[in-house]
Design a protein around this ligand. Sequence first.
Ligand code: FPP
Length: 243
Amino acid sequence: MPDTPHTAPIDGPHHVAIIMDGNGRWAQARGRPRLFGHQAGARRVRDVVEACPGLGIKYLTVFAFSTENWKRTQAEVAGLMSLFKRYIIKETKTLAQNGIRVRFIGDRLRLDSKLVDLMDTLEEATKGNDLVHLTIALNYGGRDEVARATKRLALDVAEGRLRPEDVDEETLPKYLDTHVLPDPDLVIRTSGEARISNFLLWQSAYSEYEFIDTLWPDFTAEELERLCRSYGARDRRFGAIPA
Ligand code: FPP
């Protein structure tokens, strides 16, 4: 029987990265505080993770808090930090049982030690899993990541473990927070903004981008499936001429 478009297997992205934007506007439109939007956003993360195996997505990376987000009000920052803690406490068992391996990227030094302990515990509890690799970017900025990587690389040069003439495009990514991950194939940003806001700068050099109007708390597995199917129809050439 011929496959209908809906049931056709997806030749889609292996690694999807998402800038989850629009929580604040979603809440404001309902006359509710911004944190209400972030809570709804956290529930969408769960739905999207659950949809990944069926869509052939092996790696999912989500931007939860940027190095620039500290500029928000103290109340919103505190609310987000406490939401991250509650999310980890609530989801650890399910993620571990469902085959999800969780990693965090970003600079942990500015995060409170209780949150860092929870992050470590979640990484440890899921380290044997391989169904879907969920990476949560928390206090993450692409430029900050490259600067931290360069510092470590410079130290290796200074201490004789690396020769300057051996530094090339393959070397630097080994020092990035994402060193064990493949580059994202598809980067999605919700809420109508068409910019990348310091997300995965090095890694997304050849990624496809989708800027969609949906606010993050309204994003669904169906929309993700649509984006994966349209990704499968594209011809990625990585700078080469068409075959
Ligand atoms: C951007 O929307 C969203 C954030 C800064 C926070 C993202 C956090 C979540 C989706 C919730 C928790 C995630 C995990 C992994 C537990 P915005 O506030 O900038 O929205 P706006 O542009 O409408 O103001």
